[in-house]
Design a protein around this ligand. Structure first.
Ligand code: RP5
Length: 183
């Protein structure tokens, strides 16, 4: 998709059939399998940027001990950014942030249609001072992956270059539409 789609990690397959690339530096986690259809977009973006990732389920309510272990071991295992998705009372990003100093990006998921995901958004953005969760828009796992890539690009010229090319593809798309509208 991007002009220089790097092929250093999983070159094909969906997030479902490629749960982990080699030496992951981004951990994508979510509370339930029902979140995967949203969260797989983060894996798609990371693959396109050539950022190695792992993707798995970590439920704050159903597997709380696993959540603690995952968060506490994340840095030691080489992860540098975590992307955590959850719907409803979305405690996963906030609780994971409490157990690690790695940056945590939260993806609120609209799984409780009656209140349209507002519960999830509020669970993530209203964090106490000192334990932030960088929250992206509702269901926008792709933006979480772009933000994770931007964080990693601070010390990585290849990623910074890929991000610039990505931005240029977005700009080109707008310019093409402007041209089409002129006709
Ligand atoms: C949360 O509850 C999950 O993140 C999911 O969005 C929501 C519903 O989970 P399921 O009942 O579909 O497993 O923990």
């Amino acid at each position: 998709m991007f002009p220089d789609s790097p092929a250093s990690t999983a070159a094909s397959g969906s997030a479902d059939d490629r749960p982990t690339t080699e030496n992951p530096i981004v951990g994508i986690i979510m509370g339930s399998k029902s979140d995967l259809k949203i969260m797989s977009a983060a894996a798609d973006i990371l693959r396109q940027f050539g950022v190695p990732y792992e993707i798995t389920l970590v439920s704050p309510h159903r597997t709380p001990h696993r959540m603690v272990e995952y968060a506490e071991s994340a840095r030691k295992r080489g992860l540098r950014v975590l992307i955590a998705g959850g719907g409803g009372a979305a405690h996963l990003p906030g609780m994971v942030a409490a157990f690690t100093n790695l940056p945590v990006i939260g993806v609120p998921i609209n799984s409780t249609l009656s209140i349209q995901g507002l519960d999830s958004i509020l669970s993530m953005i209203q964090m106490p001072t000192g334990t932030p969760v960088a929250t992206v828009g509702l269901d926008n796992a792709a933006n979480a992956a772009v933000l994770a890539t931007q964080m990693l690009a601070i010390g990585n010229a290849r990623l910074a270059d890929s991000l610039e090319k990505y931005r240029n593809t977005l700009k080109d798309r707008v310019m093409r539409t402007i041209e089409e509208l002129r006709k």
